[in-house]
Write a protein that binds this ligand. Structure first.
Ligand code: ADP
Length: 422
C-alpha cells in the first residue's frame, strides 16, 4: 500500500476513497482501525474511517495515532489526514491537534492544510474558506449542531487549536504551479510554520498542489486535494499504473430506505424533495425520543406499515431555530446522541425487514448506522454526486450503502440515487 488515509468521519472517508478510486488508485475503505492484518497485496490506498470529528481532542489524537500505526505497519509510504471541506472543528480541535500528533509520529516538520473542494463549492482564497460563494462564517455552517463555524479565516481557526505557527501558501504561488508551490512549502517549513493553509480555487490548483506534495509524508485536507495525488505518484514512479474506477454496482436484492440525521441545508432540501415526490416520511423529534415516546420499535412498526414498494424516509432533519431550541433543552451532545442512537437501532432492525439498500444522510449519523450494522470493510462503487458513491459491504451483512455527508448532493439526491444500482 502506498497511501494510508485517516478520515475523521465516515462520509468523509467514503468521499476520499471515491476521489482516489476515480483518479486510478485501487482503494479500500475500513470502518474503524481493523483488528489484525489485512491482505493488501492489490491495494494502492486504504482509507480508515474514524468517528473522531466531534470527540474530545485527546481521544481524536489517540484514535488517529492508532490508525496511523496500523497503516505504517502495513507499509504505508505516505499518510493523509482527511477532514471536512467545511473545516468542521472547534477552538479545542480536532484538526490542529491531530495534524500535529501525526507530524510528531512521522518525525516531520511540515504539512499542508487544504480543505478546498471546488466541485462541491468549497474554495480557499487568502486563507479564507468560501462555501458556495459565501464566507464560511456566513454560510449555513454557522448553524451546524455540533461545530458551528463562525470564522472564515482558516489560519485563525487553526491557530486557536494548536501551539504551532500557522503558515499560508497564497493564490499567487498556487496559480504559478507546482514548482512555486513546492518552493512555498519549503519557505513555510524553513520559517518553522508547521502547518500551512493552501489557497485553491479550482481543480487545476488542486492538481498542482498534489504534484507539489508528492514527497510530503503527511498531507491534510479535504478529499479535493487528493485529486492530483494518483497521477503525481505515478509520475514519480511510486505506482506502476492507474486503474479505472468501477462503473456499476450489483446491489443485493431487497428493499430501499433513507435515514436522514443531518440538519444541513442540502439534506433539508433533499428531505423536502423526497416528501414532495411522495416518499412516505416519518419525522423523529429528539425531545420525543428523550421522553421515550418514540423508540426504535415504534419506528420499525411504522416502517412495517408502509407498502413494500415504497421507499420510507426516516428523518430528524430540522431547521436551525428548532435545533437550537432542542439543544437548549437536552444539551448539544445529548440531542445528537439520542438521534444517532435511535437511527442506529432502527438500522439494526432493517435487515430482518428485508432492506438491503440504505441511503444515510449525515456524517455522524452514517458512522452510527454503519457501526450498528457491523459493516467493517467497503468497496467503492459508482459516484452518485460529487463526494458520494454507492458502496458495497465486503464482509458482514450484504448491503449497498450510500453514505452522504449532510451538505452534499443535489436536491433530487434521494430520488435519483437508486437508478445506479443493478
Ligand atoms: P452533517 O453531515 O450534516 O454534519 P451529522 O450527522 O454529521 O450531519 O450531524 C448532525 C448531528 O445533529 C447529529 O449528531 C444528529 O444526531 C444531530 N441531530 C439530528 N437531528 C437533530 C435535531 N432535530 N435536533 C438536534 N440535533 C439533531
Amino acid at each position: 500500500m502506498l497511501l494510508g488515509c485517516i478520515a475523521d468521519d465516515l462520509t468523509g472517508a467514503t468521499d476520499l476513497a471515491l476521489m482516489l478510486s476515480r483518479e486510478g488508485m485501487r482503494t479500500v475503505q475500513c470502518n474503524g482501525v481493523p483488528m489484525g492484518r489485512l491482505d493488501l497485496e492489490d491495494v494502492d490506498a486504504v482509507v480508515i474511517a474514524l468517528k473522531s470529528r466531534s470527540n474530545p481532542a485527546s481521544e481524536a489524537v489517540a484514535q488517529s495515532l492508532a490508525a496511523a500505526d496500523w497503516l505504517l505497519a502495513h507499509d504505508a509510504k505516505r499518510l493523509f489526514f482527511k477532514y471536512c471541506s467545511t473545516f468542521d472543528s472547534t477552538n479545542e480541535g480536532n484538526i490542529g491537534p491531530v495534524s500535529e500528533a501525526l507530524l510528531d509520529r512521522l518525525g516531520e516538520n511540515f504539512t499542508l492544510a487544504c480543505p478546498a473542494f471546488p466541485a462541491a463549492g468549497r474554495s480557499i482564497y487568502m486563507g479564507n474558506l468560501f462555501v458556495n460563494g459565501v464566507p464560511l462564517a456566513e454560510s449555513p455552517m454557522r448553524h451546524h449542531p455540533l461545530n458551528p463555524m463562525r470564522d472564515s479565516d482558516l489560519r485563525r481557526v487553526l491557530a486557536r487549536q494548536t501551539q504551532c505557527e500557522i503558515g499560508h501558501v497564497a493564490y499567487a504561488d498556487v496559480e504559478a504551479g507546482s514548482a512555486a508551490i513546492r518552493a512555498a512549502f519549503a519557505r513555510e517549513a524553513a520559517a518553522n510554520r508547521r502547518i500551512a493553509i493552501v489557497d485553491a480555487l479550482n481543480d487545476a490548483h488542486l492538481r498542482a498542489i498534489g504534484a507539489a506534495a508528492v514527497d510530503a509524508k503527511l498531507i491534510t485536507g479535504g478529499s479535493g486535494v487528493a485529486i492530483g495525488l494518483p497521477a503525481a505518484y505515478l509520475a514519480a514512479g511510486l505506482m506502476t499504473g492507474l486503474t479505472p474506477p468501477p462503473k456499476t454496482i450489483s446491489a443485493p436484492a431487497g428493499r430501499q430506505i433513507v435515514l436522514a440525521g443531518s440538519c444541513s441545508t442540502a439534506t433539508r432540501g433533499q428531505v423536502a424533495a423526497a416528501l414532495a415526490a411522495g416518499f412516505p416520511g416519518l419525522r423523529i423529534d429528539p425531545l420525543e425520543i428523550a421522553s421515550g415516546h418514540v423508540n426504535a420499535a415504534s419506528v420499525l412498526d411504522w416502517i412495517k406499515a408502509q407498502k413494500p414498494t415504497a421507499i420510507p424516509l426516516i428523518y430528524s432533519s430540522d431547521d436551525p431555530e428548532n435545533v437550537v431550541a432542542v439543544q437548549k433543552k437536552l444539551g448539544r451532545e445529548a440531542a445528537g446522541h439520542v438521534v444517532e442512537q435511535l437511527l442506529a437501532q432502527v438500522a439494526r432492525g432493517l435487515g430482518g425487514l428485508g432492506f438491503s439498500k440504505i441511503l444515510v444522510a449525515g456524517g455522524e449519523t452514517s458512522g452510527a448506522v454503519v457501526e450498528a450494522l457491523g459493516i467493517k470493510v467497503l468497496s467503492i462503487g459508482p459516484e452518485i454526486d460529487p463526494g458520494v458513491p454507492w458502496t458495497l459491504s465486503r464482509a458482514g451483512p450484504q448491503m449497498a450503502l450510500a453514505l452522504k455527508s449532510g451538505n452534499f448532493g443535489t436536491p433530487d439526491f434521494f430520488l435519483k440515487a437508486w437508478s445506479m444500482l443493478q
